[in-house]
Design a protein around this ligand. Sequence first.
Ligand SMILES: Cc1cc2nc3c(=O)[nH]c(=O)nc-3n(C[C@H](O)[C@H](O)[C@H](O)COP(=O)(O)O)c2cc1C
Length: 223
Amino acid sequence: MNFAEFAASRKSARGFKNKAVSKETIDKIIDAAKWAPSSYNTQTWRVHAVTGDVLDKIRQGNTENTLAGKPHVRDFPYKEDYVGEHRQRQIDVAIQLFEVMGIGRDDKDKRMDWMLRGFRQFDAPVSLVLTYDKSLEPAAITQFSLGSLAYGIVLAAWDLGLGCVINGQGIMQSDVVHEHAQIPDNESIMICIALGYPDDSFAANDVRSTRLENSEFVNYVGF
Ligand SMILES: Cc1cc2nc3c(=O)[nH]c(=O)nc-3n(C[C@H](O)[C@H](O)[C@H](O)COP(=O)(O)O)c2cc1C
């Protein structure tokens, strides 16, 4: 497979086998991913690899806070109420996922169940929590660099037969993640990546999300 085929073959995994991922495997993934570019090679990232009881406590805290209606707390300012064509794409992928999972449009229970799965990091055996030093705020460049590391992680995992979903929901109660993963307050939690061996029988893992044609978002100038 060449790189273009490999990149196109990757899909987010949202259902995982009940199989542990070894520290050695995580190390291999990070060894490959850390060759991601960062601004001035500053490598302003940290990775907290979390599993076992600690991850279970994070799932529990996320679930309890969500059910209690606690507002989301992230470590950085953000806006995520997409509109227009962006909102449409958000809806489109949700429709794809809900369809294969048999979640009806008006089925509030199943929708809630799906949302809670996200807050439980899809019951993945491992969560990689990506952080950066708070002293870097406002940290748009660092956040960009963490994005390149995240994609490196996702691709490196896929190469080893593991699946990932980059999971914004998992850190929407960032105080829960700080507490249980013992992440100091001087680190901003950017994102987490749920990681494990994909369960091929889990319907959502079949979803192939769409992409625009290049001509819809690329502007060639001077060619
Ligand atoms: C910053 C970021 C946050 C994400 N958060 C979530 C999430 O909370 N829940 C989820 O199911 N997927 C999440 N995703 C995965 C996207 O939905 C997914 O990458 C997108 O639909 C494209 O599908 P693909 O990864 O299968 O190509 C996130 C992806 C990114 C990059």
